[in-house]
Each structure stands twice: as C-alpha cells, then as structure tokens.
Design a protein around this ligand. Sequence first.
Ligand code: PLP
Length: 427
Amino acid sequence: MNTIIKDAKSKQIFQKAKTLIPGGVNSPVRAFGSVGMTPRFIQSANGDKITDIDGNEYIDYVCSWGPGILGHAHPQVIYAVQKACAEGLTFGAPTKKEVILAEMISECVPSMEMSRLVCSGTEAVMSAVRVARGFTKREKIVKFKGCYHGHSDGLLVKVGSGAMTSSVPDSAGVPSDFTKHTLIALYNDKESVKNLFEKNGSEIAAVIVEPVAANMGVVLPEKGFLEFLREITLKYGALLVFDEVITGFRLGLGGAQEYFHVKPDITTLGKIIGGGLPVGAYGGKKEIMEMVSPAGPVYQAGTLSGNPIAVTAGIETLKILQKDTSIYQRLEEKAALLEKAVKKSAGETVCVNRIGSLMSVFFTAGKVSDYATAASSDTKRYAEYFAWLLEHGIYTAPSQFEAMFISDAHTKEDIDKTCQVMAEYFL
Ligand SMILES: *Cc1c(COP(=O)(O)O)cnc(C)c1O
C-alpha cells in the first residue's frame, strides 16, 4: 500500500497562493485548517479517483462536496458539455435547455411546480427566503443551529448569548440589523421551534431546514421532526423551506422530501443539479413562485443564470440518474459497507451517522442528533484519522463537520480498500 505521499509541489504553490488569495483558497474548508495540514492542489480527476500536482492518486470521498454523484468526468456529461461549448458559452437570453431542466426538476421533485435557476446554493437559498417573505408579507425566519444555508448575510447567524431568541451575526461584516429577523432553533428539538412560534408566530415567514443536516457532519432528522415542522408552519401560516442543496438527487431522485414523505412549500437545490458546474435552483408551488419577477414583485436576476453549459451538465447528470434506476441501490450498498467496516473496528468509540450515500464518522461516543452532540466530537482525533486516510490514498473531508460522499463511480475494489484502511486505523 502506498504510504509515502509527496507534497512538495502542493506546499510550494500553497505558499504562493496565500500571498494572492485569502488563506490561499477560494472557499475556507479547502485550506485543511482544521486538520492542520497543507491542502493538496488537484491536477485532475476521473471516476472515483482524484490526482494532485505531486502525482498522488486518492480515492475521493469529497466528490466536490456533493455534486460528483456519478464520480468525476463522466464521459456522457463531458461529451455533452464539450458539444454545448462549441455552440457558445452564454447568451443572456432564454434557451430550450432551461425549460427542459425545469421540467426535469418538476418530474423528480413534484413540489417544485415552478423553479428558477441561479448559479449557487447560496443564491438559491437567499432568493427562496426573499420569496417566502414576499409571499407571506412577514419578515422573520427560523433556522436551525448547525444547519448551513450558504453565506448570505441573513443566514450567517449564531445564537446570541443568553436567550434562544437573540441572534447575532456569525461573521464579521454582517450588520446585526441584517440578522435580527433570523431566529435560531435547535435541530431535532420540537420544543425550541414551538417556543419561537408561540412568541413570534404571526411574524414568521418561513422555517428553513436541511431535512437531513449535512453541514455539522451528517445528522438525521428524528422520527416525526420533519412532519412536526410541516404541521407547525401550516398552523401559523408560515412556509416550510427544505434546503436540499445536498440531499436533492442524493437520497433519491426526489430528495429528502420523497424519502421522508414530507412536502415543503419551497425547495432549494444546488450541487448535483449542476453536475459539477455552477447551478442552483429554487422552486415550489406555482402561486408562490409567481411572486418572482417578472411574473411578480419579488426581484431576482442573474447574468449567468441558466447558463447553457452548466445547464447541459445538470441535464445530462439528471438523465443518467433517471435512467439507471439501480444507482441509488448501489450507492446504498457501497455506503453500507463503509459504515459496517467503521462500526466493526471502532466499536463504541465513534458514532457513525449514515443515510444513503451520506456518512459521517463522529469521534464521540454518544449519539449525535444535533449541533451540541456533534460539537462534542474530538476534532484532534478526527485530524489524526484524516491524515491516516490521506497517507493511505483516501481523500475525505478535511473537517469533522462535513459529510463523506459516496459516488456511483466508487468501485467495489476501492470500497474494500477503504474499508481496510479505515479498519486498520481503529485496530
Ligand atoms: C453547499 C450548501 C449550500 C451553499 O451552496 P453553494 O453552492 O456553496 O453556495 C447551501 N445549503 C446547503 C445545505 C449546502 O450544503
């Protein structure tokens, strides 16, 4: 087994990168900060493998943080994208492809009767919240501690000291006035939601939730939690927004709402929907989406929204997912092997949370069901585990609080190898 990993070139370019790009990266988690290592600069990727500029090859379980459900450089997607490129990169005018993708979205996720394409998950959620406010003519929203919805001002919020109802910005540069309408509840804690509604019920436009939380590590909704959110929002005339940027097309074609049989009013998509290129989407009931400009008074626009190349990658990816009806079964089986391997070798010293092809190994003994229990993990041990895997040619998230993504390109052989390396770490 290859245990000698060269990283001279990555180290060198990272030094230079830090002089030109804040922290040397264009998105924070890529910097390997929380595992105290130098990030690997990537040269290329194919199937389930990713290769860095020093020539190391890894089995990849980051999969670009979700989009790579088919693995890297799927020939059918690459072919379609190359063909589309030759026809022009962007027009700033509508194309037939956008209508095709909107129709595919509605077919897969029936609650999205109408949708709008944007360029990122952040943009999708930010716009969804604006529509929810426009539609309900209310200003407050409820989000959950530990759920991530992109980096727009109003959603970069943490709980203020003291009362559950006081929210403060979770980033410098966000005015407190921008977050004062964001109320924070606790994931899997119905009481915390009920309390917010009892105090602010008539002012709450929407509850936004990751139906399966995957940005504090993977945390599953407890039985009845999503149903409860559906009921209480209906009772108070608020909208329920499912942020399915990760779970969309991941837990199945219909996402978490199909998996759990709970229908939100608005859904946001990202990651897989772009097949590796920048696409986000938000959508829902027709009467809600008709609030969006130019049909309605809620403004939202984008120079590259519905970009023909990005939309092509999305359409091809969804086509493959729609056509190959056993993909989700295969993902489930492969992920189950990884789960089993860790549980068997690590025993009670870790908590493995998994749903379909999303998995997290938390370095904590108890059950992880919310932010507090996730945060009880021993991140030093995680960093050690991460380094062990990397040194043995396995690329996982450089943070305890991110998911492991399994793709259709992962071969049985590579899954077996991963199981073995994981087991060796714990034994
Ligand atoms: C990744 C993510 C986002 C943000 O999407 P970007 O494309 O990174 O802007 C929003 N919500 C969830 C649940 C995500 O996982």
